[in-house]
Design a protein around this ligand. Sequence first.
Ligand SMILES: Nc1ncnc2c1ncn2[C@@H]1O[C@H](COP(=O)(O)OP(=O)(O)OP(=O)(O)O)[C@@H](O)[C@H]1O
Ligand SMILES: [Mg+2]
Length: 465
Amino acid sequence: MTTIVKKMDEAPIRTLVIDDDDAVLTAFRMALKRENHQVATASSGVEALALAHEQEFDIAILDLKMPGMDGLEVLRRLKGIAPSTSVIILTGHGTLDGAVQAMKDGAYDFIQKPVNPVDLIDLIRRAADERRLIATARQITGTPLQRPSLRQIVGVSNGIRRVISLIARAGPMDSPVLIEGESGTGKELVARALHAASSRRDRRFLVADCSAIPETDVPEKLFGVVRGEDKTPGLVEAANGGSLLIDEIACLNNAMQVAILRMLEDRQILRVGSATPIPVDLRVLATISLDAGEAVRGGRLREDLFYRLGVFTVSIPPLRERAEDIPLLAGHKLGLLAQRYGSSKPDLSDEAQAILKDYSWPGNVRELENVVERAFALDDDGVIGADDLTLRVLAEEPKFELAELEADYSSAKQTVLHEFHKHFIRRALEANDGNVARTAEQIGLGRTVLHRLMKRYGIQSDRGG
Ligand SMILES: Nc1ncnc2c1ncn2[C@@H]1O[C@H](COP(=O)(O)OP(=O)(O)OP(=O)(O)O)[C@@H](O)[C@H]1O
Ligand SMILES: [Mg+2]
């Protein structure tokens, strides 16, 4: 179970203005500062390139006509140093030739002098939004701007049908949704489907991974911060208009849970260090990998927040409770892999299906995907057989995720016991060449007990004995 760490800040736009005219630099600096940009200025190409070596800029505004190094040359070198900086070209009247060439050389857009500040700020915003949207989408999904929908949720079990019908009903509503399910059950997938089913679908979907952000940083990551002149918006403002997924809400401390509740009720937030409320308009989705009721009883989730969030609660059952979905999910993943690698989709032998259905899947769908992916890589005859799987399932290293261990006593214990059995028994079997009778004797367990444990933890002996 790899933890995908999602980190997104919407920091101020970092802009570099390059112009030989001091009056232009001063005017731009003032206008951009008013818009919360971080502004640096350079009065020559050489100075600009030196700055670009030292720090990263989102946007560069570049005067094409400067003494010394010519603007087009500066552009080419700048693109060499900082390929992801969006360059906006300033041109005088009647010098469109240079601008056209600049666009060919990778400039984002151009604007003619004398510049109307409103137009310039608009243009910068567009360039910055585009950059961030692409960067954010990549961080979240690994694939830019991919939009999952209901159709991507695979399964025929009653549990999954209930999930799908709830998404269809809750999606278009603007109320919060609490999504409950063990690790790897598809909580984020469900959250994305809810967003895709809402009227906010064309706006952003951002994820605040509360288990990955250090507790002391959470308030400013979510609500932003004001320090003197510097104002940094948080994820809530970045998601404004769209949806924010608060991932692992029970990881938030009590004060933050109160703050989220307040945001839901007042539809406004306070940045850290500021007393000026900022109105926000966003859909809040939250996940919890414990049983939510249990989390309330255990004091990890405030009851008032639970009621406010849980207007709709989507519970995704663990995979072991919906074995009929397993072959479908495995087939779906094989289809995706075949598509990605341009090969034909291998079949899943009956025996392999039976093994997969029998295993307990502590890592749920994510673990299944990993096993299938490895089997796909191992397979050389177009049929995934038992031998493509068994080894992989058995060869897994023990994994204890701190987040899980901290959850609550009984689920932590279950995780550890599960891993212990899997690995202890596997090693004992290996030491006895897969002979169950001998293994049982060696480790001091009855043979039927060992068989039962092997079955429960999805362990095959390679002798079948
Ligand atoms: N019903 C499903 N149909 C298709 N794919 C699924 C389904 N459920 C889960 N997946 C896939 O399984 C993987 C894990 O899903 P996801 O990240 O949404 O789980 P999660 O509950 O958020 O996990 P975690 O608790 O570890 O954050 C993803 O690749 C997702 O696409
Ligand atoms: Mg998740």
